[in-house]
Design a protein around this ligand. Structure first.
Ligand code: GDP
Ligand code: MN
Length: 377
């Protein structure tokens, strides 16, 4: 689950990370009032769950409350990367001397959290990672020991942070690390962490990703979920308890079992295609769930073909076939569909689908080849 900037910064603030004293507004008038209370110049920031808002024009400075109102009105009418802006954060404007990147995520290969930092902050950190990876320093943290002071100093040294800021930087690292651990986050990021002209550090931006599987023990965080700003497909998938992740390709994949779903995506790629999603309908999925999954896949306009790869164990192929038929009646797809059914009740399943004008396949390789050909046709 993604948190908004203002939510992430609220959390960081509780852990002692210095953040601007701003507030969230849903209307231009509210933005003006906040600017009046803050006094002086403000920055009006769109609250959408995507990065690169600055470049998209979703972050603007305002000299006075009247200008804040105008700027907020413009930003509240915007769409950024397909997401409508429904809220803006109004923060006091900062006088920036330098922008730093500081983040923590999980390094699965190393099996521990890793701090990442760069003196080339502010801009797109993924771009820095691609073009000049040497500008990002990484420090792994032993989860049993936690962050040690010398490690925070190593990070500061690694990004050539002037020594006068080390103490405060250490406190920020500790705060960020505790926020990351306490919230069961998979990412806690400050980009930019700035050195102000006033010669102190401040987190101007904040981003947190939380582990969905741990949300049950954080009811207060779970409440922060902004369904309005989530991709509709993800909200829908959660409702039906489907594991769904949208990708950029053209082949919609409907598979039972996470491992099989990964394999299916790999094989699609092997034969030159690109999966449009990861989707695990789970064991024992009934018709209703399959229909929901199909609606979700078809709501993506990039999808040019659908590949069903069902290995019947607990899941019965005839149940899945019934689900497909229910969904076909409802959504009437016009794109080609390739289906591979094997295992429990596969024969019955195939019979049910005989009239559905689907392309059938025996093996997974055969199914993937046919799906790639169908998507490219
Ligand atoms: P993102 O583009 O979505 O990552 O949004 P950020 O919050 O990181 O803002 C992007 C950029 O806007 C920052 O890197 C800063 O250069 C600039 N910015 C943000 N807040 C302020 C501010 O208070 N004052 C000034 N001068 N620039 C700001
Ligand atoms: Mn940023």
């Amino acid at each position: 689950m993604k948190l908004h900037e203002y939510q992430s910064k609220q959390i960081f603030g509780k852990y002692g990370v210095p953040v601007p004293k701003g507030h969230v507004a849903a209307t231009a008038m509210e933005a003006r009032q906040i600017a009046e209370e803050l006094g002086g110049r403000v920055v009006v920031k769109s609250q959408v769950l995507v990065g690169g808002r600055g470049k998209a024009g979703g972050i603007r400075l305002a000299k006075n409350p009247k200008e804040a109102e105008e700027v907020a009105a413009a930003i509240l009418g915007m769409e950024i990367k397909g997401l409508p802006v429904r809220k803006v954060l109004v923060d006091p404007a900062a006088n920036i001397e330098q922008e730093i990147y500081l983040g923590i995520t999980n390094d699965r290969a190393a099996r521990r959290p890793v701090f990442m930092a760069s003196a080339a902050g502010g801009v797109d950190i993924e771009e820095v990672a691609r073009t000049s990876p040497e500008k990002i320093i990484k420090v792994h943290i032993d989860p049993l020991l936690g962050l040690r002071d010398y490690q925070a100093r190593d990070i500061a040294l690694g990004i050539d942070l002037p020594k006068e800021h080390w103490k405060q930087f250490g406190e920020i690292c500790h705060g960020l690390y505790r926020a990351y651990m306490d919230c069961d986050a998979t990412l806690a990021e400050i980009n930019p962490l700035v050195i102000l002209k006033e010669n102190t550090l401040m987190a101007l931006d904040g981003k947190m990703l939380l582990d969905d599987n741990a949300l049950f023990r954080h009811p207060d965080l779970a409440e922060m979920r902004d369904v309005d700003e989530e991709a509709a497909a993800e909200t829908e998938a959660r409702k039906y308890d489907l594991s769904f992740i949208k990708l950029d390709g053209s082949i919609g994949c409907m598979v039972n079992g996470a491992g099989l779903a990964m394999t299916t995506m790999d094989i699609v790629k092997l034969f030159g295609g690109d999966p449009a999603n990861f989707l695990d309908i789970g064991g024992g999925a009934g018709a209703e769930k399959v229909a929901a999954a199909m609606r979700i896949i078809l709501s993506d306009k990039n999808v040019k073909a659908i590949l069903f790869n069902i290995f019947g164990g607990i899941t019965r192929c005839d149940e899945v076939a019934k689900g497909i038929l229910v969904a076909l009646k409802e959504v009437k797809p016009t794109i080609p569909m390739v289906v591979r059914l094997v295992g429990t009740n596969a024969e019955e399943g195939r019979k049910l689908l005989a009239d559905a004008k689907m392309i059938t396949a025996e093996t997974l390789a055969d199914a993937a080849k046919k799906a790639v050909a169908a998507a490219n046709a």
